[in-house]
Design a binder for this molecule. Structure first.
Ligand code: DAH
Length: 347
């Protein structure tokens, strides 16, 4: 085959391309000629039979033909797709299409509740304070007037992080079983007047059931100033409970015991469902227990090097999950960690 034949081939290809009236048929022409089993392929195969002195020139001529055909095919394809009905090239954004709406996350109901509680106490002059989740037995127990080896430490079902026989027991590490140790960190770090709330995670060896989780949240409160009395405690908590559960909410203080407060009390609020008349939610009593509190024990102030003759204070602690369950009507605490999207998207 001579160079004239090659020119004829190119002419034939150009005619076939021009006859293709849409992109699909242009593609077909392209692959008939240039594809792996295409017409131009056999030209290359014939090269091998030529005498060596002709091979080079012939090979270049075939290659030039291929390149010219490829360029012509691309040009034709571009032309066809530009004039066809689907004219928009892939990289053009159609601004008339509806947008892809990003799915927004939301605050977990426990953290939303904690934020709400924090905001209520902020209005009463309490700022938020935080402390470590890994504590020593000193802060979790001893400094709060809970002797180690004393039954008072037992209800806390503590996760210890080191060897139970470790020699220096007050310095054993543990996961804090309540937020109360942060009272001590705050009092060590600043002088009265002190008004803080401490939201945070706490840990106990409780197995999970409808009302317990091994990891849950508490919010601690502490106020230490001159002349703080039980009346201040009652005032602050009854206002806070009205803010939290609604203006009609009544509060009731029942005598109780905590090692770090004296006197101590447990606080009930009037049942959110029946308003105090008695219903299954409050087991007929009209009241629901929500927190523990009391006047800071003088020994706790002494541990913090605050003079109990000059200063007094009150403290309180409540379970955030419990408050959230009451406010949102969640019957089982485990729902909060099951994270079912339908459950979490309700609020
Ligand atoms: N720390 C207690 C607990 O986890 C709750 C508590 C009760 C905190 C009375 C206080 C308080 O500050 O005064 O059970």
């Amino acid at each position: 085959m001579s160079d004239t034949d090659l020119a004829a081939l190119q002419q034939e290809f150009t005619t076939a391309l021009a006859a293709a009236k849409d992109a699909a048929s242009a593609e077909r022409v392209k692959s008939d000629w240039l594809g792996r089993t295409g017409k131009l392929r056999s030209l290359t195969e014939q090269l091998g039979k030529l005498p060596p002195d002709q091979k080079k020139a012939r090979g270049k001529a075939i290659n030039d033909l291929k390149l010219a055909c490829e360029a012509a095919a691309e040009a034709r394809l571009r032309e066809l797709s530009a004039s066809g009905p689907k004219a928009a090239p892939a990289d053009v954004i159609d601004v008339t299409l509806p947008g892809a709406r990003p799915r927004l996350g939301r605050r977990h109901p426990i953290y939303a509740t904690m934020d709400e509680m924090r905001a209520i106490f902020a209005k009463l002059g309490f700022e938020a304070a935080y402390g470590p989740e890994i504590e020593t037995a000193y802060y979790n127990f001893v400094s709060l007037n809970i002797p180690l080896d004393h039954p008072a430490a037992e209800p806390f079902d503590t996760w210890y992080l080191d060897d139970p026989d470790a020699a220096t027991r007050p310095y054993r590490f543990l996961l804090r079983s309540h937020t109360s140790p942060v009272q001590m960190h705050v009092m060590e770090g600043r002088k009265p007047p002190i008004r803080v709330v401490v939201p945070g995670k706490v840990f106990r060896t409780d197995p999970a059931d409808a009302s317990h989780l091994p990891v849950f949240h508490q919010m601690e409160g502490l106020m230490v100033e001159e002349n703080v009395t039980f009346a201040d405690l009652k005032g602050v908590l009854s206002i806070a409970m009205k803010e939290l559960f609604g203006a009609k909410t009544e509060t009731r203080f029942r005598p109780s015991f905590f090692p770090f407060t004296e006197p101590s009390a447990e606080v009930d609020v009037s049942c959110l469902l029946c308003g105090g008349g008695g219903c299954p939610a409050c087991k007929g009593s009209g009241w629901i227990e929500v927190l523990g509190c009391g006047m800071v024990h003088p020994r706790v102030l002494e541990y913090a090097k605050i003079d109990p003759e000059k200063y007094s204070g009150f403290a309180f602690g409540m379970g955030v999950e419990r408050i959230a369950m009451l406010k949102l009507g969640v019957p089982d605490i485990r729902h909060f960690i099951r994270s079912h999207p339908l459950f979490l998207r309700q609020w």
